[in-house]
Design a binder for this molecule. Structure first.
Ligand code: FEO
Length: 402
């Protein structure tokens, strides 16, 4: 693994994680994720963010450091922007190699160093706006709480104009041998954009108001490079990812995109027949439509499209007097991730008794959704019911277009 120079004294050293493990123990990462760290060298050397022992990440970062004549033992300051273990899990091993480096984090971050890693020595809590002189370059710390945990900060290096943003402006998807935005082609950018949205919806979306505040806070900086701890390093068009995150944060309060996400489950095809009719109606109105079947597909994919869409179609049969269980899980995730402000059409089939409606209405109580009248049918839908469903799909699409 080699290091990638951002500017004179600023270098990206990183690890590609290719693992069947779930990110945070929940989210699949079939195309991996990167753990990015950054070295800033003056008379003193700072390493910004660390890794966990995952997919040989320590060895990868060690070899990148070695490629520029550095190493974990040569670090004077370890800056921990955020204490989640994907960035800090290897801290005790780092400490064994380098007992002298001073560890810097916000006061809340230092508390987590103590509780997670039982470290008590060589810790320094930094304040919002505090500077650290490295003898040449300097670092400035900005508290940006809840992007992604309460203790989070971003680190700014003014000489190069690099913002080390940790989880903020990050993405799923490992990087391979390239790291900079100008090194990826449009197809690759489309991949990272999709994985970036899935990352945002899964990891960050419930903190969207903090994302907006964080972006306001850094707005006056002359940012030449956005250097997150996951995904692409943005040196050519840093504003692209900042604008994208501002747009994502806005989805939480609306308006979102003029698109519809259809999430459906079906036991024996009767609910599917209704879904198919609704989709025909939506498509006839020319509104983009994302279709996800559960539980075949992990909910993070429907979560991402639901987050960006103005309207949803939720289709499920009644199952044991209640909702089809995978839909109950999806709605719970939506509640936790603040998928607010959607226009929603619920449909579904029942066998010999209904019951999905009651559980559904309780599940969406806090979601601030505008529900259009739902539609249920017994067993297989009749031709007349299919015609109504198609028309209701058209009506929903017209609401979205309006
Ligand atoms: Fe990449 Fe919230 O840790």
């Amino acid at each position: 693994m080699k290091a990638h120079k951002i500017a004179g004294s600023v270098v990206c050293v990183y690890a590609n994680v290719e693992s069947t493990d779930l990110f945070e123990g929940i989210w699949p990462i079939p195309r991996g994720v990167s753990l990015n760290c950054y070295l800033v060298q003056g008379k003193k050397t700072a390493l910004i963010d660390l890794i966990r022992d995952w997919s040989e990440a320590p060895k990868q970062v060690e070899s990148a450091l070695a490629s520029i004549g550095s190493g974990f033992d040569k670090i004077d300051y370890l800056v921990l922007n955020h204490l989640e273990p994907d960035h800090t899990g290897w801290l005790r091993e780092f400490r064994k190699i380098n007992p002298h480096a001073e560890i810097l984090a916000t006061a809340k971050g230092i508390n987590l160093v103590k509780t997670f890693y039982k470290e008590e020595q060589g810790l320094r809590a930094v304040k919002d706006g505090e500077k650290l002189d490295l003898g040449g370059p300097e670092l400035v710390f900005f508290e940006t709480p809840n992007i992604h945990w309460p203790e989070t900060m971003m680190t700014w290096e003014p000489q190069s104009g690099t913002l080390f943003s940790c989880d903020g402006f990050g993405s799923f998807g490992s990087l391979g041998s390239r790291v900079f935005d100008d090194e990826f082609n449009p197809e690759e950018h489309a991949f990272y954009e999709a994985e970036g949205l899935r990352y945002y919806a899964s990891i960050i979306s419930s903190f969207s108001s903090f994302v907006s505040r964080g972006i306001d806070k850094i707005a006056s900086l002359d940012i030449k490079c956005v250097a997150p701890s996951h995904g692409i390093v943005w040196r050519e068009k840093p504003q692209t990812i900042i604008d994208r995150y501002r747009r994502y944060a806005g989805y939480s309060t609306g308006p979102a995109e003029k698109e519809i996400t259809v999430i459906w489950g079906s036991m024996y095809g009767n609910t599917w027949q209704g879904v198919d009719a609704v989709i025909r109606g939506i498509k006839a109105e020319g509104v983009p439509c994302h279709v996800h079947r559960i539980p075949d597909e992990d909910p993070s994919y429907s979560l991402a499209d639901a987050f960006r869409s103005s309207a949803l179609v939720l289709a499920m049969p009644t199952y044991e007097y209640a909702m089809f269980p995978p839909m109950a899980y999806v709605l719970d995730i939506f509640r936790r991730k603040h998928i607010f402000g959607k226009t929603v059409f619920r449909i579904g089939s029942w066998g010999w008794a209904g019951g999905a409606k009651r559980e559904y209405e309780a599940a969406i109580e806090t979601l601030k959704w505008e529900s259009v009248p739902s539609m249920e049918w017994a067993g297989a839908p009749t031709g007349q019911e299919l015609a109504v469903l198609e028309e209701r799909g058209r009506e929903l699409a017209r609401i979205v277009k309006a």
